[in-house]
Design a protein around this ligand. Structure first.
Ligand code: FCA
Length: 338
């Protein structure tokens, strides 16, 4: 058989296979830039590297799939509702949001419904007027408790490897219980730590007023002042910023990488810390999947708008532990860093 004949045979085969899958053959092409699909991506803390990375991946989805992405920082309720109005006025068909306050859920849903916008909550799940999760709102978040447990387990493992005398070790947990994903993380960390044998009476919770480095620094300082006897500290919290704030507080009292083990969550807000020449008490972090939270949510919304395919109601993601030894390789593998 010559080349032309085999090409012809191949073409017949492709046509026959396509006939078996009519939906595949007829699938709408991805929306082109001129397709008019416009999607908002609203985040509560645009200054946090985690959210910048979500946006970066959402931008990539908009380029790959050919839609317009509108990124808006929404630090409070007023800005959130105004942003949704603006999106609707600008012709958007849907938006993804990490809300500044989960109790805004009902107001956000009402506004989205009124304006005919599709809605997907990311990271922080809406709470309804009855205090329960709004499980009818599409949501993609992390498996918070499991991730927290991995932090607690890793803290215990590292403390044991270093041979620290347990009686001289305190555990500082920066909490932010008004946000359930934060509470699940810190409770998961404490329960795994205690299950591994760490004394529950040596765990100190430091409730922060604001989920940023200065707030967590202040909260941690209160605990450190009240408990000056410990020679070693384990540190955890809802995310990298919580642990960074607490580690800075331990440093203020003369602690360092030799007697502090801090493990964060996000894996994105601690890169600068890992790049410092001298190790600090910030020992490791769970790198979350910003690609899934940014790219996949945007792609889900795009598919929903352009093809009518609804995303799953509830999606949960996991993470990978990174430290100074492996962060460069893992960040490259995960597409966070080239
Ligand atoms: C929350 C936190 C963020 C990030 C995200 C997955 O929104 O505030 O830092 O951890 O969950």
């Amino acid at each position: 058989m010559n080349a032309t004949a085999s090409l012809r045979r191949l073409a017949c085969l492709v046509t026959a296979v396509a006939a078996l899958f009519p939906f595949a053959a007829c699938r709408k092409p991805a929306a082109s830039p001129g397709s008019g699909v416009k999607i908002g991506f609203l985040v509560k803390q645009p200054e946090e590297p985690w959210f910048q990375l979500e946006w970066k991946f959402a931008d990539k989805a908009s380029r790959d799939l050919g839609f317009e992405l509108v990124k808006i920082g929404v630090p409070d309720g007023e800005k959130t509702l105004a942003a949704i109005d603006n999106l609707a006025a600008g012709g958007a068909q849907g938006f993804i949001i990490c809300t500044p306050d989960v109790r805004l859920g009902p107001a956000i849903v009402a506004k989205a419904t009124q304006k005919g916008l599709k809605l997907l909550a990311v990271d922080d799940q809406f709470i309804g007027p009855d205090g329960a999760f709004m499980t009818n709102v599409h949501y993609l978040g992390i498996s918070a408790r499991k991730i927290g447990e991995s932090v607690g387990g890793a803290l215990h493992k590292e403390m044991t490897a270093r041979g620290w005398p347990v009686g001289e070790v305190g555990c500082l947990v920066v909490t932010f219980d008004e946000l359930d994903t934060a509470k699940q993380r810190t409770e998961g960390a404490v329960s795994a730590l205690v299950a591994a044998g760490f004394p529950a009476g040596q765990v100190y919770r430091a409730p922060t007023r604001t989920p940023d480095i200065p707030g967590c620094f202040d909260a941690a300082n209160v605990v450190l002042t009240k408990n000056p006897a410990f020679k070693y500290w384990l540190v955890c919290g809802m995310n990298d910023n919580a642990v960074l704030g607490a580690v800075r507080a331990t440093e203020g009292r003369g602690f360092n990488a030799g007697n502090t083990i801090g493990i964060g969550i996000n894996g994105t807000d601690c890169i600068v810390e890992f790049e410092k020449e001298k190790p600090t008490g910030f020992f490791a972090s769970v790198l979350l999947t910003a690609r899934v939270h940014g790219y996949d949510t945007a792609a889900m919304m795009h598919r929903w708008i352009s093809e009518g395919i609804e995303p799953p109601l509830d999606t949960r993601t996991l993470g990978i532990m990174i430290d100074r030894a492996n962060f460069q390789q893992v960040l490259a593998e995960q597409g966070v860093r080239e």
